[in-house]
Write a protein that binds this ligand. Structure first.
Ligand code: NAD
Length: 305
């Protein structure tokens, strides 16, 4: 089904004006930065999390909702409330109907997540159950329950992880993020005929409370494997979510986008590349010490090995 493009937005600043999204994991890290970016671009956001200190905060454009994404009943209650509010708006507004710009749901961002760092030798069934409940079943339930509220043009962004694209040491977390990739593709196939797009993004090391609880060695190693040579911040991720929700990506569905400083693209080959570069610069250093100067071929060799 074709979305109505008559309302295609102009500048990025107004890309989300008049739209309404549900964002999970909204109290912290990537979800919180996404809420800020979307509201600054004109959207209203239903900000879902388990862990709100104050349900009343967040500003005019934000409605905070306490909800466990792993609980289907709670999703269903939210959907019923959104539908009731839409119906009330439609009844009270001058010419509003359900599905109007003011009342509809334009998209869902599944950013709620938990980490489980146990390795194969000591992982438990509980680790798997908890990681899958929040990181995979939660997004699946969100899509199942909220997609019927979205008109053609709706967009879902599932926040996966680089851990779901490779052999991550935390086996339950990694496996749950692999699962999220699979269900994102299925949802893209199922919801595409309704004009609803579903995409997944895969962050690398992003500085949030989740990663703050990891040992410092994880940060150091993550920077070493990222060609950009730094960790990311939630503000590196939020604009990508905004793009995937916007009219700038209307033919993008079933896609997976890494936002990881290049970490996953080299498939582990950076260690090899770095080792060869180090070895060749040692060779050329020795050459320089022996001969005083480098020949042109030594320089080229050193740079390209
Ligand atoms: P975070 O811990 O800062 O935020 C996660 C939020 O999810 C928290 O506010 C938490 O209360 C909420 N949450 C957890 N379980 C919930 C539940 N059952 N129902 C509702 N809310 C729940 O983490 P973050 O780093 O911002 O992570 C956001 C997403 O990005 C997660 O899915 C995470 O797996 C993913 N991710 C993060 C990184 C990273 O380096 N930070 C890397 C890759 C992927």
């Amino acid at each position: 089904m074709e979305p109505d493009r008559s309302e295609r937005k102009g500048s990025p600043m107004e890309a989300h004006a008049g739209r309404r999204y549900v964002v999970t994991g909204a109290a912290s890290g990537i979800g919180a930065a996404t809420v800020t970016a979307l509201t600054e671009a004109g959207a209203r956001v239903v900000a879902v999390d388990l862990a709100w200190d104050d349900l009343a905060g967040g500003g005019d454009r934000v409605e905070r909702v306490a909800l466990d994404v792993a609980d289907r009943e709670q999703w269903a209650e939210l959907a019923a409330r959104l539908e009731d509010a839409s119906a009330a708006d439609a009844a009270s507004g001058p010419a509003g109907t359900v599905g109007d710009d003011d009342v509809r749901l334009d998209g869902l961002v599944n950013a709620a997540g938990i980490t489980r760092r146990a390795r194969l030798d000591d992982v438990t069934a509980d680790d798997f159950e908890q990681a899958f409940a929040v990181n995979a079943i939660g997004p699946a339930l969100g899509m199942q329950v909220l997609a019927p509220l979205m008109p053609a043009g709706g967009s879902v962004v599932n926040v996966g992880s680089a851990a779901g694209t490779m052999a991550h040491y935390g086996i339950a977390y990694g496996a749950s993020k692999w699962a999220l990739r699979g269900l994102s593709r299925v949802a893209s196939m199922e919801l595409g005929p309704l004009g609803i797009r579903v995409n997944a993004i895969h962050p690398g090391y992003i500085e949030t409370p989740m990663t703050a609880s990891a040992p410092p060695a994880f940060l150091e190693a993550s920077i070493r494997v990222a060609p950009l040579g730094r960790s990311g911040t939630p503000d590196d991720v939020a604009p990508l979510v905004g793009f995937l929700l916007s009219d700038e990506s209307t033919y993008l569905s079933g896609a997976e986008i890494a936002v990881d400083g290049g970490q996953s693209a080299h498939g582990g080959a950076k260690a090899l590349s770095d080792a060869l570069r180090a070895a060749s610069s040692e060779t050329t250093d020795v050459g320089a010490q022996t001969n005083g100067t480098l020949t042109e071929s030594q320089e080229v060799h050193g740079r390209h090995q």
